[in-house]
Write a protein that binds this ligand. Structure first.
Ligand code: G1P
Length: 287
């Protein structure tokens, strides 16, 4: 019987150059949306998608990510008289086993995934980018797990983006489109022109163990081993499709993306929404 997907890998090795100077000291993955790190929302998305083993790949200068997820006895002791806050802390790592790997040199997402080989073993897994924050009525990773259950192949989570933004993404070359399923014959990483479609990979994938041997065959270009090239190699044999996710995605490595996330999340938070909406109106109306 086919196994359900229980494992996820989150590569967090990237340098976060678009968010300097903050990322000189703070990994971009734990910059907060209001009071909670981006990565914490991503972990919650994975847990509500049925994932209970999560492997986070750290890079140099990313130890703060680990500090966020491991218990802090000193802080817990200090908050003993504040049960609500204490519970918030205890909930951080309650519902999944979170482990850590290390990518010593940032050499691209293909190389980062290689660091998870032992963790995933032969199981299919979700790969979630640590700076793509995705919100949906059905969590994005769950949508992909369900898509995988139908075809048992590598699945890319995609969304249609405006033509003028295709240069920022891995863009799929569709062979056949059937509702939300897009069978892929090719993929181009960040096309400068002539993008084959507007279907963009948005940082959620189902990968199978086949990916590792493909990554091993990908040549290093400009110091990076590209995951897209490894996926493309599987695609050429017809083994990959994309699934158009029903969701809202925020690029948290981008200043504008981070700002919109903060506004949208604040407008949904019961403790903030009324006051914040009122404030926004006064700003917009110039009063
Ligand atoms: C990565 C992938 C790209 C994908 C994007 C989504 O790029 O290489 O294919 O479209 O994530 O966020 P990055 O943004 O890490 O440069």
């Amino acid at each position: 019987m086919q196994k359900s997907i229980r494992k996820a890998v989150i590569p967090c090795g990237g340098m976060g150059t678009r968010f300097l100077p903050a990322t000189k000291a703070i990994p971009k993955e734990i910059l907060p949306v209001i009071d909670t790190p981006v990565l914490s929302y991503i972990v919650d998305e994975l847990i509500s998608s049925g994932i209970d083993q999560i492997h986070i790949i750290l890079g140099e200068g990313k130890q703060a990510i680990k500090e966020y997820f491991v218990p802090n006895a000193r802080l817990e002791k200090a908050l003993a008289h504040k049960p609500e806050l204490l519970q918030t802390l205890k909930n951080i790592n309650k519902n999944a086993e979170i482990t850590f790997g290390m990518q010593n040199v940032p050499r691209g997402s293909g190389d980062a995934i290689m660091c998870a080989r032992e963790f995933t073993g032969d199981d299919p897994f979700i790969m979630a980018n640590g700076d793509d924050l995705i919100v949906g009525d059905v969590p994005a990773a769950k949508q992909l797990c369900d898509a995988y259950a139908q075809h048992q192949a590598v699945v890319l989570g995609v969304q249609q983006v405006p033509a003028e933004e295709t240069y920022k993404y891995g863009i799929v070359d569709p062979q056949k489109i059937d509702g939300r399923f897009v069978w892929c014959k090719g993929m181009v990483e960040k096309p400068k022109s002539n993008a084959p479609s507007r279907y963009a990979a948005i940082g959620r994938y189902v990968l199978t163990t086949e990916i590792y041997e493909r990554i091993e065959q990908v040549p290093e270009v400009n110091g990076e081993i590209s995951l897209t090239d490894a996926i493309y190699a599987i695609m050429k044999e017809g083994g990959v499709y994309a699934y158009e996710l029903d969701c809202r995605r925020y690029d948290m490595g981008d200043k504008f993306g981070a700002l919109t996330a903060t506004v949208d999340f604040a407008l949904k938070r019961p403790d903030l929404k009324d006051k914040f909406a009122e404030y926004l109106l006064t700003v917009v109306n110039g009063k």
